[in-house]
Design a protein around this ligand. Structure first.
Ligand SMILES: [Zn+2]
Length: 365
């Protein structure tokens, strides 16, 4: 893609390739399956730029990339481009950024003008806060907040409540394309601007540094979990009223829920790719599908009612269940695989309570 572009200065993620005039700063944003409207406007910008031939414009719009062209009146020192001011980014739901050498989470956050936490919230499998893997696709929210898949039974007000924002704030974020509060559908991806997971309705036992093992007497004492790393605020502990869960797959745990893997656990399937994955509890399929390219790959999300949701990621093929289907505990909902951002066959498993990440090991038998 880079080789196809000639005759310009290209700044791509801080890497600079220098060629003679015309002098342009060209920044690409990956948009797999992206917003055709925005892409079209990007091309319009190319055509509108004086001094740029149609051929050059066509060359620069090669591939699945949208380009934004910014004339740079004075030659910028190459070293300075690495710390260039934040890229002017059109308002959109998200940007899919393919990691290149030298990228860091904090660098991406700066470049797209969002917080590191906002990026982490949208990338369940980013396992190390500042170590990205070249080629990995990072989904960067279009604004600070949380990207959220609308689930069966959601309303804008329950979503707003879950993330501590107003309904109007969600509607006002234009890329959501929501004209009125009833205008959402199951599976729709929306951005909750400024959203943060809120404390669940039934709070977990209050952490007490002085006496970490003390529990309110009304709570059943949890089983000993000495091997579970401290959750550091993420990965909530057991709370009353949770459904009963069973293991979705057999295998050793290769990632625990915690700061380095903030959304759930990884269950290794290296020796058993294609093994069945079962519903951890009875419920209704809220999502079944996904994209093998990115994120959780093919995945299933099950709503268990009362705010409880489980997710199962990296399935080998499109799941054999469909959105809206009722499933029983133990029913096969997919087969383990390596789709999405995954370095080997495993099941990425999450339990959420009103959107809040819970530690699956606090719930599994
Ligand atoms: Zn994972």
């Amino acid at each position: 893609m880079l080789a196809a572009v000639a005759g310009v200065v290209i700044s791509v993620r801080g890497t600079t390739l220098s060629q003679p005039t015309p002098r342009l700063l060209l920044t690409d944003l990956t948009l797999p399956g992206g917003v055709a409207e925005s892409r079209a406007s990007g091309h319009a910008a190319l055509r509108a730029l004086p001094g740029l031939s149609a051929t050059q414009a066509a060359e620069q719009s090669l591939g699945d990339f949208r380009t934004i062209v910014i004339p740079t009146p004075t030659p910028a020192p190459i070293a300075a481009l690495g710390s260039a001011p934040p890229t002017p980014v059109l308002l959109q739901l998200y940007h899919d950024h393919r990691v290149e050498s030298g990228d860091t989470l904090s660098g991406l956050a700066q470049r797209y003008g969002v917080s590191v936490q906002s990026i982490l919230s949208s990338n369940p499998d980013v396992t190390d806060k500042d170590t990205l893997i070249v080629g990995q696709v990072i989904r960067v929210p279009g604004a600070d907040g949380i990207l959220y898949h609308v689930r069966l039974g959601d309303s804008l007000s329950t979503i707003a409540q879950s993330f501590g924002v107003t309904v109007q704030a969600i509607i006002d974020f234009a890329p959501n394309g929501i004209s009125n509060a009833n205008d959402i559908h199951n599976g729709q991806l929306i951005l909750v601007p400024g959203g943060k997971p809120q404390a669940p309705v039934t709070p977990p036992p209050a952490p007490s540094p002085a006496a970490p093992t003390s529990q309110p007497s009304s709570q059943p004492a949890p089983r000993p979990t000495p091997d579970i790393p401290s959750s550091g605020g993420l990965c909530g502990g057991r709370i009353a009223g949770a459904p009963s869960f069973i293991w979705p797959a057999h295998g050793i745990i290769t990632s625990y829920c915690g700061p380095s893997h903030p959304h759930g656990i990884d269950i290794d399937q290296y020796h058993t790719p294609g093994a069945p994955i079962v519903a951890a509890s009875a419920g209704v399929v809220a999502f079944a599908g996904g994209d093998p390219c990115c994120g959780l790959g093919y995945y299933v999300e099950i709503s268990h009612g009362n705010g409880w949701v489980t997710r199962y990621g990296h399935m080998m093929k499109p799941p054999p269940v469909h959105i809206g289907q009722r499933v029983s505990q133990g029913q096969v909902i997919g087969y383990s695989g390596n789709t999405g951002y995954s370095t080997g066959p495993h099941v990425h498993f999450e339990i959420r309570y009103y959107g809040r990440v819970m530690n699956p090991l606090a719930f599994l038998p």
